[in-house]
Design a protein around this ligand. Structure first.
Ligand code: RP5
Length: 164
């Protein structure tokens, strides 16, 4: 199976970003996590992105806050699908990162998840890889069934409280 790269702009992003790694692990998807910055280590970030396909990656997840150029920089240097996680925090509490990540110019897309949306980034990466992986698609189907069962349980509990 192709690997997922989980890239974050700073170690301060890790407490949120590790949620993506946990979800990838739950699906048995191989991944690497790295700290690379579009601003502080631009050459290293570009080199990683340029060699990612040759190095066995299938999807790139990039998390960054504030003037968040990381996902866009990766997208500009690779034709692998890039998923951006805008991080909450800073003077704008993440609105700056959200706009910087989602508002990509035409031709260089970044699939942007919600602020701090680490879990959804991993699920979307899994869905992309599952296009050509039946076993992974089955795990995604099971995860949906589990979610529906949890909601049904909560609905039963609520109705029990209201009517019991
Ligand atoms: C971004 O700046 C990082 O992704 C992080 O979210 C934010 C702040 O970084 P630190 O100052 O905490 O290293 O590049």
């Amino acid at each position: 199976m192709k690997k997922v790269a989980v890239i974050m702009g700073s170690d301060s992003d890790w407490p949120v970003v590790k949620g993506a790694c946990e979800q990838l692990k739950a699906f048995d998807i191989p991944y690497e996590a790295h700290i690379l910055s579009a601003h502080r280590t631009p050459d290293k970030a570009a080199a990683f992105a340029k060699s990612a396909r040759a190095n066995g990656f299938g999807v790139l997840i990039c998390a960054a806050g504030m003037a968040a150029h990381l996902a866009g920089a990766f997208a500009g240097n690779s034709t692998l699908p890039v998923i951006g996680i805008p991080m909450k925090g800073g003077a704008m509490d993440g609105l700056d990162a959200l706009l910087a990540t989602v508002q990509m110019p035409s031709g260089i897309p970044v699939a942007t998840v919600a602020l701090n949306g680490a879990k959804n980034a991993a699920v979307l990466a899994a869905q992309i890889l599952a296009v050509s992986d039946g076993a992974l698609a089955a795990k995604l189907d099971q995860a949906r069934l589990d979610m529906a069962a949890q909601i049904a349980e909560k609905e039963d509990k609520l109705q029990g409280e209201l009517n019991g």
